[in-house]
Design a protein around this ligand. Structure first.
Ligand SMILES: NC(=O)c1ccc[n+]([C@@H]2O[C@H](COP(=O)([O-])OP(=O)(O)OC[C@H]3O[C@@H](n4cnc5c(N)ncnc54)[C@H](OP(=O)(O)O)[C@@H]3O)[C@@H](O)[C@H]2O)c1
Length: 344
């Protein structure tokens, strides 16, 4: 089988496509034929070991996981002894887990992995990206921000993977949503359910006063200090990206002048929690409350280009890499999926 692999940290060109033996599922394992996997900023961070802290768990001198790729859509190709949750031929999507390995034609996962069946009638390949943004956004919107009907929620970076999922989830929970992104993402944000749109190149959302219950900085490009006064008293600023400032604030009790600020990390949540959230994702998909947003599609051979594109930080929603089995005529096309707004 083909895999996208790297034997050292570095720029996009350290990743090359190589042949490797196809894994065989052991007892309790499931072999998935991957059709689509996604490249994210997190993959780029692991590929180049930047930030440096990646090396402490990813391998000090060279990457321990030489095949990246967490979130996938695929088809169950074989099951190991004792597996009851999956059947051969079933279409599945989700996260292969911290061992990664999803950027390959086949990946073996535990039967207990955060992988779920693809609901009937869903955009199968697009789901290869959605679980990344959704599994990150859901804990922020539901558990950290506790968004409820009527809350005024601002999403900074609303066009990105996490932001696009966050807009849809905040809308689903009944919030009045303000999306902040570049003007080219206006139509997308409004179609995803945002009530208001701020073009970040034309206006600065941090100049608002006492306006929002929640500011979710999905791309971590602002700060608590800059955003604080735009929050209502008791409001919360949440960020996906660690900084000394937010960590210092959290060490000092997580609030200042009656507004709270918090960083949360979602990637290392227990697999059982992710699995439970993916089951909720399937319900939301069935209700039409959330949809995948696919920006560009690359072939496996174009994996380095996919990394370069993601690193440019301009994408809308997800970048997919199609494995040869699914590649067909789609590789290389710009296929931004504009979707109908979620049901109220
Ligand atoms: N905390 C956690 O557990 C966790 C988990 C996963 C990922 N992350 C981190 O979350 C961050 C976001 O990930 P993602 O996958 O959603 O990113 P992404 O999809 O790659 O983000 C792309 C978006 O970034 C926006 N952007 C670029 N520069 C900006 C700026 N200066 N101000 C505002 N927006 C800007 C662009 O919006 P416009 O073009 O519209 O301006 C673009 O739509 C990454 O840093 C990732 O490492 C954290």
């Amino acid at each position: 089988m083909k895999v996208a692999t790297q034997d050292r940290y570095g720029g996009p060109d350290v990743i090359t496509v190589k042949e490797r033996d196809q894994p065989v599922p052991g007892p309790g394992e499931v072999l998935i034929a991957v059709h689509a996997s996604t490249v994210t900023l997190a993959d780029c961070a692991f590929r180049k070991a930047d930030p440096f802290i990646v090396r402490f768990f990813g391998g000090l001198w060279r990457p321990k996981a030489d095949v990246l790729g967490d979130n996938i859509a695929g088809v169950v190709a074989a099951i190991g002894e004792g597996v009851t949750r999956f059947a051969v031929g079933q279409r599945v999507h989700g996260s292969v887990g911290v061992a990664l390995g999803g950027m390959a034609e086949f990946v073996c996962v535990s039967e207990d992995a955060a992988i779920v069946p693809v609901p009937e009638g869903q955009d199968f390949l697009g789901l290869g990206g959605l679980s990344y943004g959704y599994l990150t956004a859901m804990p922020f919107i539901r558990d950290e921000a506790r968004v409820k009907a009527g809350d005024r929620v601002l999403i900074n970076g609303a066009g990105g993977s996490i932001g696009a999922a966050a807009v849809q989830l905040a809308r689903y929970f009944g919030a009045e949503v303000t999306a902040v992104a570049s003007g080219r993402h206006r139509e997308l944000a409004l179609q995803l359910g945002a009530d208001h749109f701020i073009d970040r190149q034309e206006a600065d959302f941090t100049l608002a006063r006492d306006a929002y219950d929640v500011i979710f900085d999905a791309v971590g490009k602002s700060s608590f200090a800059a955003s604080r006064q735009a929050l209502k008293p008791g409001g919360i600023y949440l960020t996906t990206v660690p900084s000394w400032a937010i960590m210092g604030l959290m060490l000092r009790g997580g609030q200042k002048h009656g507004r709270r600020g918090r960083l949360a990390t979602t990637g290392l949540r227990p697999v059982a929690e992710k699995l439970a959230d993916l089951r909720i994702l399937n319900e939301l998909l069935a209700k039409g409350a959330i949809r995948p947003v696919t920006d560009r599609v690359f072939s496996l051979a174009e994996i380095a280009d996919a990394h370069r594109y993601v690193e440019g930080e301009t994408k809308a929603g997800d970048v997919l890499v199609l494995m040869p089995v699914a590649e067909a005529a789609q590789a290389g096309k710009v296929t931004m999926t504009l979707v109908p707004g979620p049901s109220p």
